[in-house]
Design a protein around this ligand. Sequence first.
Ligand code: SF4
Length: 258
Amino acid sequence: MLATAPEAGPEDGDAAAAEAGRIARIRATLARMYPQATTALNWSTPFELLVATILSAQTTDAAVNQVTPALFARCPTPEAMLELSEDELGAMIRTIGLWRNKARNLLAACRILVERHGGQVPRTREELMQLPGVGRKTANVVLSNAFGIPAIAVDTHVFRVARRLGLATGTTPERVEQELMEKFPEAEWSRAHHWLIWHGRRICHARNPRCQACALRPDCPEGRARAGGASLEAAAEVEPGRRPAGEAGGAGRRSSRE
Ligand code: SF4
C-alpha cells in the first residue's frame, strides 16, 4: 500500500506565518540598529574596492586602510599598478598578512583587467572570479558595493550570525548565501550583508556573543538557549549607525571613500 504524504494542516500555516513574522522582526531590528552599515574599507573607485577587498583576506579592514592611501595614490589604475615590480608592490603592503601572495595576485589580476577588460573592473561574478585572489565573497562585495548589483557576500561573521539567528542552516558559505537570498528581499541583500557583519563585530562575537545585550534575542534560537529569559541589559539598544570598534574606515560610499 502506498504511503501518502501528510496533508498540510492549519498548524502548518500558523508555523509559516510565525516564521515570516520572526524574520520580518529580525530585519526591522537590524535596520534600526545599523542604519548606516556599510563596508569599513576605504575606496573611491571599483578598482580601489577590488584591490582593498583582495588585500582584506585574513586581515582586518583597519590594517588594509593603513596601506591603501599610499597605494592608491601611487596606483590609481591597473596600468599604474603594473608599473611596479612584485617586490615594490610587496613593500607597499607588507604590514598586512599574506602580503607576498597578495602582491602576486594583484599584479596578475591587473594584467587580466588590462588585457581582457580594457583596464576596467568587470561587472559579472563569473568574470570577477577569474581574477587571481578573487573568490565568490570578494566578487559579491565588489558587485554590491561598487556597482549596486544585489548580492550577499558571506564572510565569517555573516555565516556565524545567520546560522545563530536561524536564518540559515547550511554548512557552506554558498548554501548560507542561498538561504539568506531567500529570507531577505533582493533590494535588501547588500544591506543585509552589512547588517550581519556589523552585528557579528559588535554583539554576536564568535566566542562570547553578548546575548543578554542583544535586541534580537527574543527572535534568536541561539540567544534564547544561551541567555534564556534573562532581562535585556541596558546596552541592548546599540547606538544606531555607530561603526564597530576597531574599524577606522570612512562611512560613506564612493564619495566619502567608504
Ligand atoms: S541573541 Fe546572541 S546568538 Fe542571537 S544574534 Fe544576539 S548575540 Fe547572537
